[in-house]
Design a binder for this molecule. Structure first.
Ligand code: ADP
Length: 475
């Protein structure tokens, strides 16, 4: 069970509501905690509080904001074991990966504590001697952040650390599966000296009533969302009426191109890390492994052996590599995709079946055809489809032939090819001989249907800053 006193502490910071809902662990279905089920009334209250808090927070200096962010970073670090365990209980991530996520999530807080001090405007030359022209950057206002369950800490910090550093105030609505990690971050924010109304968490089983209030209010100036394309499109349309700025991190369908000059062991190591972390439940996990024909048999054989050796089980066990799927719907999608592929002629090299509870066998499939469901949308599970290509041109055509454009990967020892292919891939993120490229100081985001805007690096803070032009007449 999760540390009871920690649970009690984090529940105190939830926006109260008339009713509650249960957070159930995918490990065995037990109830981890009850949290408030917020609706429209709670959203209005949170928004009034946020708008009021913005008047104070926007006037703080970058140095004052940085000091609180740094303390917050220290508290996330010192609470690493309990945060990691909570995350594993909430959504089933293997605990060693949960520790990695706490560190990765904390790194955004540290980086933006530093970046707050580097927000800078410009002076612009005028053609008139009696005028001085300036462009300054100011915080946009209230930010509404909607986050998914698959990275319950890192998707929150990646959005709100830059927003807070910029001088914005935030309302976070975490996924219904993982409200506790977001609440824990909010608790630590307060312990770091952050004002409660500057970073609020509203939890809800149904996101629509409370989101409706926030989406339709002019005071919310930025919407930042990570989740499905379907919901992203809806939020984009709805936000038009109040002309909000949007950052949308939507789904991916990442190709991984393995060229015949690749060192197989290293390529397989990175494909494994890319595909199977979080049980395949990330938007940057590869969904299509394209291998050059001459090495395909050897690659598939070694990949199959590595996948068959993965340890599936209770994610609290630090030796386990694959935990449960997050919920019944998640498991059902994996089953549906594999069954559909097999029906249409795919061959199972290893795995291919659901285990008890929410567990699924790590799987390798060959004989993949474009019309299979797993080639159209993210499977979000431990399933590795292996396909082949003949030439670099064909590999690029296959990789780019998708409405998605988040992450893509390639493995090659040829420098010229590395440049040619990485520049020609129509994706926001490209890993060359690197299966896990994401890091706090680099831009994260997609093109085409994978979204708009960037998180991370100096790009990530610009999403929360408005540019104001000031012309100063001296005449
Ligand atoms: P996933 O398939 O990963 O669960 P979703 O897009 O359904 O992706 O969910 C991601 C986040 O978006 C969650 O916090 C969820 O509650 C929220 N969400 C889902 N539907 C809506 C909606 N209509 N309005 C606002 N938020 C939503």
């Amino acid at each position: 069970m999760v540390d009871a006193s920690f649970l009690q502490r984090i529940r105190e910071v939830a926006a109260p509501a008339g009713s509650t809902f249960e957070v159930r662990s995918p490990i065995d279905g037990h109830v981890v905690a009850d949290v408030p089920d917020c609706g429209a009334a709670e959203a209005r209250l949170a928004l009034d509080r946020a708008a009021n808090a913005f008047e104070g927070w926007k006037r703080t200096t970058a140095y004052e904001r940085a000091a609180i962010l740094k303390k917050w970073h220290g508290l996330i670090q010192s609470n690493e074991p309990v945060l990691a365990e909570l995350m594993t209980f909430e959504m089933g991530k293997p605990v060693t990966e949960s520790i990695g996520e706490v560190r990765y999530g904390a790194s955004f807080v540290e980086w933006y504590a530093e970046e707050a001090k580097r927000i800078a405007g410009e002076t612009i030359e005028s053609q008139f001697s009696h005028k001085r022209l300036h462009a300054i950057k100011q915080p946009s206002g209230v930010v509404y952040a909607i986050t998914p369950w698959n990275f319950p800490i890192a998707t929150v910090t990646r959005k709100i650390a830059p927003a807070l550093a910029a001088g914005c105030v935030v309302i976070v609505k975490p996924a219904e599966q993982t409200p506790l990690s977001a609440l824990a971050l909010s608790k630590l924010w307060r312990e770091a000296g952050g004002a409660p109304d500057v970073f609020q968490v509203v939890t809800a089983l149904d996101p629509k009533p409370l989101s409706g209030v926030l989406l339709d209010d002019l005071r919310v100036r930025v919407l930042t969302f990570t989740g499905s394309i379907q919901v992203g499109v809806h939020l984009y349309e709805r936000s038009a009426h109040t002309m909000k700025r949007l950052a949308l991190e939507l789904g991916g369908h990442a190709p991984f191109l393995v060229f015949e000059d690749a060192a197989l062991d290293a390529a397989i190591r990175e494909v494994m890390a890319c595909k199977f972390r979080n049980g395949g439940q990330t938007c940057v996990c590869t969904n299509r492994i394209y291998v050059q024909e001459s090495i395909a048999p050897a690659f598939t054989e070694r990949l199959t052996a590595a996948v068959a050796a993965l340890k599936v089980g209770n994610p609290l066990d630090p030796t386990v590599q694959i935990g449960p799927m997050v919920d019944q719907a998640g498991l059902a999608k994996v089953v549906e995709h594999v069954d559909d592929a097999v029906k249409l002629g795919a061959k199972v090299s290893t795995g291919g079946r659901a285990l008890s509870g929410l567990y699924y066998q790590p799987t390798v499939l060959t004989g993949i055809r474009p019309e299979m469901k797993l080639m159209q949308e993210e499977t979000f599970g431990p399933v590795a489809p292996v396909l082949t290509f003949k030439t670099q041109e064909e590999a690029l055509r296959l990789a780019n032939g998708s409405p998605f454009g988040l992450a893509a990967y390639l493995w090659t020892a040829d420098l010229r090819r590395a440049y040619q292919v990485s520049e020609a891939l129509e994706f926001g993120i490209v890993g060359v001989n690197d299966g896990i490229p994401s890091t706090a100081q680099a831009p994260f985001g997609g093109v085409k249907m994978s979204g708009i805007g960037r998180e991370g690096g100096h790009w990530g803070i610009d999403e929360f800053l408005d540019i104001k032009y000031i012309s100063m007449g001296l005449g």
